[in-house]
Ligand binder design. Structure first.
Ligand SMILES: [Zn+2]
Ligand SMILES: [Zn+2]
Ligand SMILES: [Zn+2]
Ligand SMILES: [Zn+2]
Ligand SMILES: [Zn+2]
Length: 573
């Protein structure tokens, strides 16, 4: 098929369906999309509440639990123990398909009556407030993460130990407030670092140690704002900077942010990823328009596509051996052949299904575990299943629905509880006008603080008198109340980090915003030897501006100096 330009039925912007896309739609047997990639991502993400939690009773055992579903939600929510117990079976809620009614209506009935699990996780040990996560131990407030130990307030981390406020990192330990770090140790306020140690405020550094405020460095030690110093000079600078105080950290944050605007940035964080476009991609092949992707192949229009994912298209999280996944969210751990599903774990051949675990060949179902051949949660034989599945797909193709994600009203969440609100913020009026729900249930408390920040010592060394288990703080930005748990307090004292004056949500938002949006703009390389004085000759454009173009997540009005790969490599590598 040739490339086609269509008008998005939602935002009316034009979007392109590439020949490779048509091949994918044919392979999955779905109709080509009627919405642009951004509207498709927004629709999926409106079904995904990752980190807005509430206290509520389990509707089965009545125990109070932490849940991603607010207490006023009109469907049953069960605690982890009740939901994963063997004394119930979600096929009890099964109903027969009625070809004279819309599939969406019938699916909605099933999704709403089947109990939902308060938080989704598996094999979690001694970990509270952990959601959409697996195999974590002694963690607290951890989302989208697996195989971690002793990590707090972190997002999308894998195989890490002893972290607080870290996102998108792997095999990193004893670090704080960092993003996109790999194989690193004791990194603070840093981003985009590999194999680095004992450093503060680094951006895009590799194999560096004992550095402060550096950008684009390789294999360096004792550097401050990209300049070399002796060990003694470095240690004196570090002591004078007083990074054990909140004011010292904020002063250094300010200085670093001014410095990094003078240093060129690579158009995208793409490493060893031939045929790929997007941002934050490593060790991948042919991943088109993917954001945050590694160890993946032949994927497109995805975010969080990782750990041996292949042929995953239009996905928001597909990993840990995910194969052939289309238009789905949160799909992982040996999954294959999903069309339009949410939270299908260790399952294969799922379509339009929610929260199914170890299920195979199921359609329009919810909350199934270890089940095969179910439609709308009703059990069928293999032959019956195949006949009815074909009939429903044909019915959905007649209405143009097959391949489209669920309509927004089927989402169990208000738009303002979901990741869609983080990436595509809307007012209540806008969200309702676009068919999304809105949740008014109050979150958190205000004005309940027991201590004001002006009564707390600037340095972590002088907070010994705080009874941390009793104190409630107020965020200096959004004013919301929050606590610092005792393990967290010990970590700050041990690593000489001042107590955070921002609440965990504002800290998460600050890290997310620093990553840039999951979208791309066509731009020309800014290298002209005037905007930044280069240190090396760029032979491909001697005397004039580099003509290379690229797709980048740096919007044209961003302040960064954005270089193409060739210019960036001439300067940095
Ligand atoms: Zn659109
Ligand atoms: Zn319960
Ligand atoms: Zn806040
Ligand atoms: Zn260039
Ligand atoms: Zn250049």
């Amino acid at each position: 098929m040739n490339q086609e330009t269509r008008s998005c039925q939602n935002c009316k912007n034009e979007f392109v369906i590439e020949p490779d896309d048509f091949v994918v739609y044919e392979k999955f047997g779905v109709l080509p999309p009627k919405m642009c990639p951004l509207c498709r991502a927004q629709r999926r993400l409106a079904f995904r509440n990752e980190r807005i939690f509430y206290k509520r009773p389990c509707d089965k055992c009545k125990k109070e639990v932490i849940s991603m579903y607010s207490p006023n939600k009109p469907y049953p929510v069960w605690c982890y123990e009740c939901w994963f117990a063997d004394d119930w079976d979600a096929t009890e809620y099964g109903q027969a398909y009625n070809p004279r009614r819309s599939f969406w209506e019938q699916a909605k009935e099933v999704y709403e009556k089947v109990p939902k699990v308060a938080l989704i996780y598996v094999r979690s040990v001694n970990s509270e407030y952990v959601n959409i996560s697996a195999d974590n131990k002694d963690c607290y407030m951890l989302v989208e993460s697996s195989n971690n130990e002793n990590c707090i307030h972190s997002y999308w981390i894998q195989q890490c130990n002893d972290l607080i406020d870290v996102s998108f990192s792997h095999k990193t330990e004893l670090s704080y407030e960092s993003d996109d770090c790999y194989n690193s140790h004791k990194l603070f306020y840093s981003k985009g670092c590999y194999d680095s140690r004992e450093s503060y405020f680094l951006l895009d550094c590799r194999n560096c140690s004992d550095c402060i405020g550096c950008v684009n460095l390789r294999n360096r030690q004792y550097y401050i704002f990209n300049q070399p110093f002796s060990k003694e000079e470095y240690q004196k600078f570090l002591a004078d900077a007083q990074l054990d105080t909140a004011s010292g950290v904020e002063a250094m944050r300010e200085k670093f942010s001014t410095f990094l605007k003078t240093q060129p940035r690579k158009y995208a964080e793409i490493m060893n990823a031939p045929g790929s476009s997007g941002n934050y991609i490593a060790d991948a092949k042919n991943c088109r328009r993917c954001f945050h992707s590694y160890d993946a192949e032949d994927c497109a229009y995805g975010e969080h596509v990782w750990r041996n994912a292949k042929d995953c298209v239009d996905v928001s999280t597909a990993g840990r051996n995910a194969r052939m996944i289309y238009n789905s969210i949160n799909t992982g751990i040996d999954v294959a052949n999903h069309v339009c599903c949410a939270q299908g774990w260790s399952s294969t051949f799922l379509e339009y299904s929610f929260n199914c675990f170890n299920a195979n060949h199921c359609f329009g179902s919810a909350g199934l575990r270890k089940k095969d051949y179910c439609i709308l949660n009703k059990q069928y034989s293999k032959e019956e299943y195949e006949t009815l599945q074909e009939k429903i797909i044909n019915d959905m193709k007649i209405t143009g629905a097959y391949g489209e994600f669920f309509p927004p009203l089927l989402s169990p969440f208000g738009y303002n509880e979901t990741v869609a609100q983080e990436q595509f913020p809307l007012t209540k009026e806008e969200a309702l006008a676009q068919g999304f729900k809105w949740e008014e249930y109050p979150r958190g408390t205000f004005n309940k603080e027991t201590i004001n920040w002006d009564k707390v010592s600037d340095s972590i060394h002088d907070v010994g008198n705080l009874d941390i288990n009793k104190e409630i703080f107020a965020c200096i930005s959004c004013k919301k109340n929050y606590r610092i748990i005792s393990r967290e307090f010990d970590f700050y004292k041990h690593l000489e980090i001042p107590l955070p004056r921002l609440c965990p949500d504002c800290r998460h938002t600050r890290r997310s915003q620093a990553r840039g949006p999951n979208r791309l703009w066509y731009r020309q390389c800014m290298c002209d030897d005037k905007i930044h004085t280069n240190t090396a000759k760029h032979l491909h454009h001697s005397g004039g501006r580099c003509s290379n173009e690229f797709e980048t997540s740096y919007a044209p009005d961003r302040p960064e100096i954005v270089y193409c790969e060739q210019c960036y490599n001439s300067e940095v590598v």
